[in-house]
Design a protein around this ligand. Structure first.
Ligand code: B1M
Length: 230
């Protein structure tokens, strides 16, 4: 098995992390099942095993050691693991906390983080309508108009697609829908300052925070970016 540098956060799951980084989906899935059998909590496996593995993949891509095919096989291994964990993470949600429309913005096809956010929101009791990836701005506006959700959640992983979030917010304003929906944004390149600057109501750095932020948004009508996004 290839050696993967172990940082503190991932120290508990070196085998799982290596399996994901090198795209060995069945091995990764077996590692997840073993961790569950050993009594590990699903959210801990995601946060300390799966997410750090994808960070390693990103680092290897940045340094030219990995290319897109390696990112894809790692993503596939991650998805195998999430297929096992998702039902457990979503369990217990009573779908009464609020309704959320969610999607990755136009031009961006990254969905692993968004899917984790979706699962965790469902586990937190939210009803989630996931529009998928590469979602046109007009589609967000259309669905918000039709479904009148409590929250619109936008995800972006590329510095080139972050500005699309601002366009979605502007389009909601233009359609007269902005006052009726809270907008929560997230994705690796975002910051709370950016969220505030584009007029979002909340920013969440990771999936666990997304659920907490969503609950706060639903509970505190009328708030704008500063509090939650700042
Ligand atoms: Co791409 N990619 N990718 N990629 N990819 C990144 C993002 C990159 C940082 C890698 C790098 O250079 N180190 C880099 C972006 C650089 C930049 O913009 N500054 C990059 C690039 C360049 C690209 C391409 C342009 C490569 C190319 O084609 N030359 C291309 C773009 C395609 C496109 O979208 N148009 C591309 C393609 C791909 C794959 C398709 C191969 C694959 C995606 C597969 C998939 O998602 N189905 C992929 C992958 C796997 C990655 C990395 C390695 C991993 C992303 C990931 O899944 N992370 C990534 C490097 C990295 O992030 N370390 C990289 C794990 C995930 C759990 O974290 O998504 O951050 P994350 O989600 C977190 C939080 O951000 C937050 O909660 C989640 C869970 O805690 N969160 C939210 C996310 N959304 C939220 C929404 C919320 C709240 C919180 O509220 C609504």
């Amino acid at each position: 098995m290839p050696v993967v540098e172990v940082d503190e956060k991932a120290a508990s799951y070196p085998g799982l992390r290596a399996s994901i980084v090198f795209g060995r989906a069945s091995e990764a899935e077996a590692e997840v099942r073993a961790a569950l059998e050993a009594g590990d909590v699903p959210v801990q496996i995601v946060q300390d095993g799966l997410i750090p593995a994808m960070d390693v993949v990103g680092e290897k891509y940045s340094t030219g050691e990995f290319f897109v095919p390696e990112m894809l096989t790692a993503a596939r291994a991650m998805k195998h693991c999430m297929a096992v964990l998702e039902p457990l993470l979503a369990a217990g949600g009573r779908s009464t906390a609020g309704r959320i429309v969610l999607g990755t913005v136009k031009g961006d096809i990254h969905d692993i983080g968004k899917n984790i956010v979706s699962t965790m929101l469902q586990g937190g009791g939210f009803e989630v309508h996931d529009l998928g990836v590469d979602v046109p701005t007009e589609r967000f506006v259309e669905v918000v108009g039709e479904e009148r959700p409590d929250i619109l959640g936008l995800s972006a992983l590329l510095t080139t697609t972050m500005p699309v979030m601002k366009k979605v917010i502007a389009a909601l304003e233009q359609a007269g829908l902005r006052d009726g929906v809270k907008v929560m944004v997230g994705g690796a390149p975002l910051t709370s300052g950016y969220a505030e600057a584009i007029g979002a109501d909340a920013y969440a750095a990771h999936a666990g925070l997304a659920t907490a932020q969503a609950k706060e948004l639903v509970g505190h009508a009328g708030r704008r970016a500063g509090g939650s996004a700042g």
